[in-house]
Write a protein that binds this ligand. Structure first.
Ligand SMILES: *Cc1c(COP(=O)(O)O)cnc(C)c1O
Length: 376
């Protein structure tokens, strides 16, 4: 009996998500320590000390179920953003929210639109719901082509559009004017999921207030996460902001206790620690400069990024040996540096590197320089 055949064909067709390689795994494989992981856009500072203290304090109550309504965290978010609690949905990471959106609104045969090279979870969530994903060609600079996405959404009776701003793995960014135009011109029956996982990293001159747009666009779902700038990736906590009706539907398909109690306590504390987020952003800007300059010095092209990562192009020196990026990825592993190949994003010549501490960025750049020297 082949149990795979018991699963619906759309489940069998799902290509599994490819996570970054864990440090412990590479340590086991190579028997070396001091490995630098710049593969999953994690915060190199770890978590805010306030969040860590809140986690310790929450451990005493761990025998009890978490608050399924997320009272304290929703209260903190509601005060931060000036929106009603009924318009907030908590998720086990913002991945969870992307899935909840797909599961709540997409039925078998429905259609959803996203950009080529956009975050992989959109396609996975759509497919797991039995719906059909339409991948729209990107702009020349690997960004979302909103005009083409709007056209695809209107032509194919699409129910949901996913937009990542900034996008991962390309780091591309849509300014507020373009986004607002999109929301104004797309029919209001189409739900727009605006994934802002890297929102906190945006420099002041391009920041925009998507939360204020919720008043005018009840079809908008804004998703954010504590995994990136707040440094809580291992805890799994994110949130979505939406109109009350949309939030109500997401809550109906959510597991009652999808966000654990430690994560809820940590997230409340992390929200208060604005200083930590500021230090995170400063470190990121400096590290981005350091890596961008290093890449230029090595003659490598990269896509200018608004996130805490950057994708660079590795030239193909030997066409008989497959993609240069794939070989570079493996060579960097041997040198103790984990980055992310993004062939599964239809970018086989690119590697994505997360911005780390200054010393980690340095180790990446010197390993890269060494590896480039070997291939000539
Ligand atoms: C990292 C990331 C997320 C979410 O991660 P969670 O840890 O599940 O919150 C969502 N969208 C994009 C574009 C990301 O890069």
């Amino acid at each position: 009996m082949n149990f795979c055949e018991l699963a619906p064909s759309y489940v069998r067709a799902i290509a599994p998500y490819q996570p970054g390689k864990p440090i412990a795994e590479l340590e086991r494989e190579l028997g070396i320590t001091g490995i630098v992981k710049l593969a999953s856009n994690e915060n190199p500072l770890g978590a805010s000390p306030l969040a860590v203290a809140a986690m310790h304090a929450a451990i005493g109550d761990i025998g009890r179920y978490p608050d399924g309504s997320g009272f304290d965290l929703k209260k903190a978010l509601s005060e931060r953003y000036g929106i009603e609690r009924a318009g907030i949905v908590l998720g086990n990471g913002s991945n969870d929210l992307l899935e909840l959106a797909a599961r709540a609104f997409l039925a078998s045969g429905d259609r959803a639109v996203y950009s080529r090279h956009a975050f992989a979870v959109y396609a996975l969530a759509v497919q797991a719901a039995g719906a059909l994903g339409i991948s729209v060609p990107a702009t020349a600079g690997y960004g979302h082509d909103l005009a083409a996405m709007r056209q695809a959404a209107m032509q194919h009776e699409v129910k949901m559009v996913f937009i990542a701003n900034p996008n991962n793995p390309t780091g591309t960014f849509l300014d507020s004017g373009k986004l607002h135009d999109f929301l104004r011109t797309v029919p209001s029956r189409i739900l727009v999921v605006l994934d802002e996982a890297y929102n906190e990293y945006l420099p002041g001159n391009v920041r925009y207030d998507s939360v204020a747009w919720l008043r005018d666009f009840p079809n908008l779902i804004v998703s954010r996460t504590f995994s990136k700038a707040y440094g809580l990736a291992g805890l799994r906590v994110g949130y979505a902001l939406a109109s009350e009706q949309v939030a109500d539907m997401l809550n109906r398909v959510r597991q009652p206790f999808n966000v654990n109690s430690i994560a809820q306590a940590a997230a409340v504390a992390a929200l208060q620690d604005e200083d930590f987020v500021r230090r995170t952003c400063e470190l990121n800007y400096e590290g981005m400069e350091q890596i961008a300059q290093g890449l230029s010095r090595l003659g490598l092209e990269y896509i200018p990024s608004y996130g805490n990562f950057v994708s660079c192009r590795i030239p193909n020196t030997d066409l008989n040996e497959g993609s240069g990026a794939a070989r570079m990825y493996r060579r960097l592993l041997e040198l103790g540096v984990i980055v992310r190949p993004i062939a599964n994003y239809e970018m086989p010549d690119y590697l994505r590197v997360s911005i780390g501490l200054q010393s980690e960025n340095e180790k990446f750049l010197s390993a890269l320089e060494q590896a480039l020297g070997e291939t000539v």
